[in-house]
Write a protein that binds this ligand. Sequence first.
Ligand SMILES: [Zn+2]
Length: 286
Amino acid sequence: MASNPELALMTKLLKIEGIKVKNYSLVKGLGIFLYIESQAKILACPHCGNKTDKLHQNREYTVRDLPFGEESVYLKVNRRRMKCPQCQHLFSEEFEWVKKKRTYTERLKTKIISEVLESDIKNVAKRNGVSEQEIETMLKELGEKLCQEKPQNVRKLGIDEIVLVKGQKNYCAVLVDLEKRILVEILQKRTEAEVSQHLESWGEEVLWQITEVSIDLWKPYKKVVEKLMPTAEIVADRFHVMKQVNDELDEARRKAKREATKLKTKFPREKVLSGITNSKYVINEK
Ligand SMILES: [Zn+2]
């Protein structure tokens, strides 16, 4: 069994709110497995609101998380089934950081989508060990979430594309707020009708605040912009959008590096790694 200071460090590095690492193992050729548990003992019943700690069943499963160095990281999660003593309903524990029935964490999803913006689904899927189908689900999920909120105070808008399958003319359109550097929409298609319809749904109060639109020279976008945002300046720079996204990622990488350096001085890597390799807890994964 791993020592407490090691587990405390693992919990700190994992950085998932309300989650504690209770054990770990390094499986050669596979990666690091972290056995985690939720700190919440009492859960609220989604049917009647009653708070209960009455366990019905433990349900362990594995989800994939962000890699650590060159190792893949898998989390062994217990999503508890509870039984509400008040209304007798069964319900499953919910986590903000991994959705039900998903085999990847929300933050892995974010990382993968950022990579897809620079590359294409096939390569990103290969690099991250997930399927192309899973990435399409991620894009769809994020697209649906973004769709529910109307963007606010967009002044510089970027319209770009994600190649779904390289070599095939299969694209998603992405709309980016270039000032705030955030994704505002992911559309399932990049057709003039699709882009036009989504922009129109933002309403004039949003569209008329946009002073600049960065697009590539693919004509239908230009026509849409001219129709819906007649006063906005069109910047025909197809690399502009991706440059913003890349800058943002670079900054995030620099920040992570700075933090890693800080941590390294506090916990030398050799020591941390030797702790992992020396772990006696080995499991058989099939
Ligand atoms: Zn209940």
